[in-house]
Design a protein. Structure first.
Lengths: 195, 575, 281
């Protein structure tokens, strides 16, 4: 060892910093959402169109995907390549399910004339959830690349050594946590307070 | 025999593009070498500095006389918007990053940044963000709502042209570039220090860059979020800032200043770091109160997030809010003052050598104190209510940005130019430049304090012939031209020094930090081996050790460096 | 503080010049007592500023009496000030008449972007924020003219959004207010009758109001008593027939970017309209 400071691999520190700065980004969007709710007031009939139950189920899918990714990571460390591929596939499937659910919700809302340019609520809602959806999508792309590499046999030789999967996992868990907060603010909170 | 560590090779200096190091421009464009990228950052900064300065001169010509007709309101408003945006995002930021990516690896004894390609990516995002911003001139009008771009003036109903869209896109792109470069710098500093260089032995410049990068990562998302919302408003008719349909004008101000005030510190902390090095070397003393200088940066970074609303005292937030932000804004004066006094204490008892670099550092102490104290005035709410948005503010920010940031950067330029090029930057001509620049700068901005107190609002393209307005503005314009002339002189000095400058040698200033242990200019691979760091002035320790020992072949980069001699630099002040 | 720093800089620079020798300076690295002073003294000074400033801010902020109605409502527009005196029917623009010796509560609104009211001699700045209402209390001692300007950048003609406050004795003010609360004078001579007709049939009436006539729009400045003002366009031109005529004939040259477009009028029409407006005292 030539330098003494390699406590963590570069990738891990890098992704934690990225996650930190992304967290600030979402914090701003969430604060803007709350600010708009108090400053302008959201139309109750628009808020009421949100489907708490269905979205809740898709939320569970996203949360589950974090656990399946944890299992995939564990398989990689134990050099169980089939388990790795299987859990990764399931993670991708769950993530895609969430995006599908979000798409359905969007279509339903737009048909109910809640749109980005329709009202303050529409602007705030689609911006916040849309940016989150974009991050889920990016996460899916990253995980797909890792899955592809796993199928190509990249992980067979350097078993457990590469930090790509655990690095991507940090990002994926972050996206997951952001959604829990967004879900709480956008879907659950209005049930209790009259914004 | 002291312990030597081998410095790890950079992964791949030129990523498999089949480019060799003698292919001219292509070599620069494809380079991932941190030194070439650092120089390109500095060149980008210089390019935009000349453009931004030219815009300022046009504005000063328009304002030289009352009721002047040199520029119309459209042109003037575009010019002052572009001037501010350019100077902050495409001059000060790239210059700060240029010195950071060039010298951080060298000062911590590394051969490369942690992510060399990401480094290049950050540079090109910054550059193309700037190009995109300037493309707006061709695309139907530059942004004209000020660099602060307040809502709802930035909305389609009030700014119909495409300028604001270019502003938002340009800043988003360069903002992402800044974020990735900061990530890169942090990882580099945390993981690539030479053995023995614990965090409390980091050179202060590296300390400030580290703190600064965290500050930037925390501050920029706020701007990016605001810009994203603005683009959604303008392109897809969303309603965030559109006051006509329920949006909020103040949301933009909050988001912008949550970014904007830390940004001021982002631009000043690295120059603080440069000065902390310069004061040590040219006073021939270690820094006074290292832990206080380092810790005060952290204090500044933390407090920076609690002061944004002092830009908004006049919007009617109510007295309790104003009082809170007044207190926090005053508090931030304390760590800044700690730094100034520590630098003074560093000079006290030293053997001061008045190189141009040191002259800028000393001038900085005075100019920045003026800027800092006129800033304290704004934290006092009733004074702010009188002076905000007047020429007093214009004077204040220029004392901070020029007297602080630019003086610090120029000090760094004269200090590090020999390292970057192997040639001395002409000291005698440099002194001419120094005095012209300082006189021009004070001539331009000192009188603006008075203009502000006389009631001249800022951002006006013309003004009526009120008593004293004409003469003060004329003095200001004259000062601006002196400054402009001195910048041309600087460009000329750089050119001449590159061609015919004196050879600098590896260590012209008899300096303290590791970059001076590398060759001038450093080879593609900065270091082969370095001794384990034991103190805060590692290169000074190395030289002490070398002097005590008969030279058994120099331990420092025996391959690339000649044995260290003191013949080159010490006679610089005899010029 | 500034002089302290300058003094120290000069003293140190003179005292500790390197006089050609190559020796190192005093290798001192710090002193905790001195650091304490560096933090303590500014902290005490700032604490004192702070206490002073909070007191002053309290003193000049309007009291929070929710029942109090504003005496005057100012609405910022790109790039002029609409001034309304609630209850009196008087609406004017750019020239703000205020009584001396009486505390006045001003309500600040914006019709478009953010503006900022600033008359340096009459107290603090106050932003006019669309969607919000801000309040400013003013108490003027001496009659006279006070000048100020918009001091938040508000677009192309921010520079020509100046303020002229006319402070008068309560008696003069009451007289002014009652005169300005009345509908506009009818056109007196034939030329102004022609001008009045032109005003109504052309697009003037689409934007401007003249009290007592069919023109009731509020997009541009109220012209009911425009002839009694001293200047037009917040001070670019004097208020007289020549000034008005020159403005009507090419607004975009005089105040580029202003909301009033260039119209195609004959010279005679312009003269008639200007004549009509100038006699609206």
């Amino acid at each position: 060892m030539t330098t003494m400071h390699n406590n963590q691999p570069d990738n891990k520190i890098m992704i934690k910093l990225v996650v930190g700065t992304e967290a600030m980004f979402f914090l701003c969007l969430i604060m803007a959402f709350i600010y708009m709710a108090y400053h302008s007031g959201f139309e109750p009939h628009e808020l009421n169109q949100l489907d708490l139950r269905t979205t809740g189920i898709y939320t569970l899918a996203l949360i589950a995907s974090s656990f399946t990714l944890l299992l995939a990571d564990r398989c990689l460390k134990k050099e169980k390549m089939r388990g790795l591929k299987g859990w990764l596939c399931l993670t991708l499937l769950l993530g895609a399910t969430f995006l599908f659910g979000q798409g359905k919700e969007y279509i339903r809302l737009i048909r109910g004339s809640v749109t980005l340019n329709g009202s303050v609520f529409g602007s705030s809602f689609f911006t916040l959830t849309g940016f989150h959806g974009l991050h889920v999508f990016i996460g899916l792309v990253i995980l797909s690349i890792i899955l592809l590499l796993a199928f190509l046999g990249d992980y067979d030789k350097t078993v457990g050594r590469g930090s790509a999967l655990s690095t991507a996992a940090i990002y994926w868990h972050f996206v997951d946590i952001v959604w829990i907060v967004v879900f709480a603010v956008v879907y659950v909170l209005p049930e209790f307070t009259r914004l | 025999m002291e312990e030597l560590v081998t410095i790890p090779e950079p992964d791949r200096p030129f990523p498999g593009l089949g480019v060799s190091s003698n292919q001219g421009l292509l070599q620069w464009i494809s380079s991932v070498d941190h030194k070439m990228i650092g120089i390109m950052y500095l060149l980008v900064s210089l390019l935009f500095f000349l453009i931004g300065g030219l815009l300022a001169l046009f504005m000063r010509v328009q304002l030289a006389l009352p009721l002047n007709h040199f520029l119309g309101p459209e042109a003037y408003n575009q010019f002052f918007t572009m001037h501010g945006t350019t100077m902050i995002f495409f001059v000060a930021m790239p210059a700060v990053f240029g010195f950071s990516v060039y010298f951080v690896p060298l000062m911590i004894g590394a051969n490369e940044m942690a992510f060399p390609r990401l480094n290049a990516f950050g540079l090109w995002l910054t550059f193309f963000g700037g190009l995109l911003l300037y493309f707006s001139f061709l695309a139907g009008g530059a942004p004209d709502a000020g660099w602060f771009n307040y809502a709802p003036l930035n909305e389609k109903n009030y700014s119909i042209g495409p300028g604001i869209d270019y502003y938002a896109m340009g800043l988003l792109i360069s903002g992402i570039g800044s974020v990735v470069t900061s990530v890169n710098l942090i990882v580099t500093i945390l993981n690539y220090r030479v053995k023995g260089m614990a965090l409390h032995k980091l050179p202060l410049f590296v300390w400030m860059v580290l703190v600064n990068s965290f500050l930037l990562l925390a501050a920029f998302p706020s701007l990016n979020a605001a810009l994203a919302m603005l683009l959604l408003d303008r392109q897809f008719n969303a309603h965030f800032f559109n006051t006509g349909s329920g949006g909020s004008a103040l949301l933009w101000q909050h988001l912008f200043w949550i970014f904007g005030h830390p940004e001021v510190y982002i631009l000043i902390l690295p120059p603080f770091g440069i000065l902390s090095e310069v004061f040590q070397v040219f006073s021939r003393k270690p820094i006074f109160g290292y832990p206080f200088v380092a810790a005060s940066s952290v204090a500044i970074a933390l407090l920076a997030f609690g002061v944004w609303a002092h830009h908004m005292f006049a919007v009617g937030l109510g007295n309790p809010v104003n009082t809170f932000f007044s207190a926090s804004s005053m508090l931030i004066g304390i760590p800044t003052g700690v730094k100034v006094f520590n630098w003074l204490a560093t000079m006290y008892g030293g053997k001061i050598r008045f190189s141009v670099s040191m002259l800028f550092a000393i001038a900085f102490l005075i100019e920045f104190t003026i800027g800092g104290l006129s800033g304290i005035a704004f934290s006092i709410v009733p004074i702010d209510w009188q002076l905000t948005d007047t020429y007093y503010v214009v004077a204040h920010i220029h004392y901070v940005f020029i007297g602080g940031t630019i003086f610090g950067l120029l000090s760094g330029l004269f200090y590090w130019f020999p390292k970057m090029t192997g040639k001395m930057l002409d000291e005698r001509a440099g002194k001419w430049f120094f005095w012209l620049f300082v006189i021009g700068f004070n001539g331009t901005f000192l009188v603006q304090h008075a203009l502000g107190m006389l009631g001249m609002p800022r951002r006006v393209y013309t003004y009526p012939a009120l008593p004293a307005y004409g003469i003060l503005n004329f003095i200001s314009t004259a000062g601006a031209f002196l400054m402009g002339g001195s910048v041309l002189l600087l460009v000329f000095i750089i050119r001449r020094s590159l061609k015919r400058g004196r050879e600098a040698g590896d260590d012209p200033w008899d300096a303290y930090t590791l970059e001076w242990a590398a060759a001038s200019p450093p080879a593609l691979k900065n270091f082969d081996t370095l001794p384990v760091v034991t103190g805060r002035r590692p290169f000074w320790d190395m030289k002490l050790a070398a002097r005590k020992r008969p030279l058994p072949g120099d331990p420092i980069n025996a391959a690339t460096n000649p044995p260290h001699t003191k013949k080159t630099g010490d006679d610089y002040d005899a010029q | 503080m500034l002089f302290l720093v300058i003094g120290l800089v000069v003293f140190i620079c003179l005292r500790y010049r390197a006089k050609g020798d190559k020796s190192e300076g005093d290798q001192q690295t710090g002193n905790n007592l001195l650091e304490g002073l560096m933090i303590g003294i500014p902290a005490i000074l700032l604490g004192w500023f702070f206490i002073k400033s909070v007191g002053t801010a309290r003193a000049i902020t309007p009291g929070s009496d929710p029942a109090r109605k504003p005496d005057i409502v100012i609405t910022g527009h790109q790039w002029w000030w609409e001034v309304e005196y609630p209850g009196s029917g008087a609406i004017t623009a750019n020239e703000v008449h205020l009584p001396v010796g009486i505390p006045i509560l001003m309500e600040m609104r914006s019709g478009d972007v953010i503006h900022d009211w600033w008359v340096p001699e009459l107290g603090n700045k106050t932003d006019l924020v669309p969607g919000n209402k801000n309040y400013l209390s003013v108490d003027i001692d001496k009659p006279g003219d006070y000048y100020g300007s918009c001091s938040e950048f508000c677009g192309a003609q921010h520079a020509w959004m100046r303020i002229h406050v006319v402070a008068e004795s309560p008696g003069d003010f009451a007289a002014w207010l009652s005169a300005n609360g009345k509908p506009a004078l009818p056109p007196a001579d034939s030329l102004s009758k022609e001008g009045a007709a032109l005003f109504q049939i052309h697009t003037c009436a689409n934007c401007h109001r003249i009290g007592g006539t069919a023109a009731i729009a509020g997009a541009g400045p109220d012209l009911t008593h425009v002839g009694s003002r001293r200047t037009i366009l917040t001070g670019i031109l004097p208020m007289n027939e020549a000034g008005l005529a020159s403005w009507i004939s090419h607004p975009q040259q005089i105040k580029p970017g202003a909301r009033m477009p260039d119209f195609i009028f004959s010279k005679d029409s312009i003269a008639a309209i200007a004549h009509y407006l100038a006699q609206l005292k």
